[in-house]
Design a protein. Sequence first.
Length: 348
Amino acid sequence: MRQPVTLITGANGEIGHGLIGHFAREGGTAIVALDLKPLDERLRGVCAAGLTGDILDSNLLQRLVSEFEIHAIYHLAALLSTRAEYTPDTAHHVNVDGTLNLLKLAHEQARWHGNPVTFVFPSSIAVYGLPDRATKERAGKVCENEWNFPTTMYGCNKLYCEHLGRYFAKHYRQLAAERTASGVDFRALRFPGLISAVTMPSGGTSDYAPEMIHAAAQGLPYSCFVSPEARLPFMAMPDAISALVKLAATPAERLTRSAYNIGAFSISAEEVRGRVSKAFPRAETAFQPDAPRAAIVDSWPADVNDDAARRDWGWTPAYNADRAFDEYLVPTIGRFYREREGASAQTR
């Protein structure tokens, strides 16, 4: 008998750490974790299996099919926004072809065990593209169907994968003589900028905020690549994990969309610096905007309208800006570097 499991791709990333930690605390979910790099030691003991490999590797995916009965997929693996702009062809290959591989795997698994496979996909505010900052300021909170004109390969990939998922869920092989449901229950969340206190930022265009905090906690100077006025919605990582799990658990009949905005708090780069300086008075943060990257940030909404998520599945963030910084980010990141410094001092 194959073991019923939940598959998490990109398991070593920021969201993967939080999601696996959640399931470990809750119990009752067997996790198969997949990543390009060997699984973090902190995660190995709480997973049923940890596989090292590429979502583009068909042999690896066939191994998954042969060894496990997959009932849910959290597809986190992706080439993030900044890196994607340097290698757009590779980004498209990983982000689109990889997602298509996983959608086909979900379909095949649903056919085998006869139950829908819940496919949870973290999308992004990168799917939006506003032409300039003035338009961004006038737009206010942007709804899901507004300004879907992404300016980055990452944003294009995410938007297209949302449509791929909707196709598999609603319209798969619609011209077949004997049409049957694909078995793929696709659900996407458009995340704002995510800030984690326990993992390092890893190539997102909104990472200037967590980078600012981590640099200050280490006593290092930081040059911010956006202007002080640059504004984006952000979310503390615990809220991101909560949203993924809550959306996955919601009965399908309650959902009116395949992709949902979720928000927590909107904050400017200058406001981030102010909070960081308050927590770390010796912080040295300068603004040296990099025009191309700053323009990408300016093309993303200053905030999002998440009324649909609040109505359909009860989304409510636990962390506003005050709580995110004062109770989660500053104390946790500060403690991490103090402990690391202490351990280093003992070895000298």
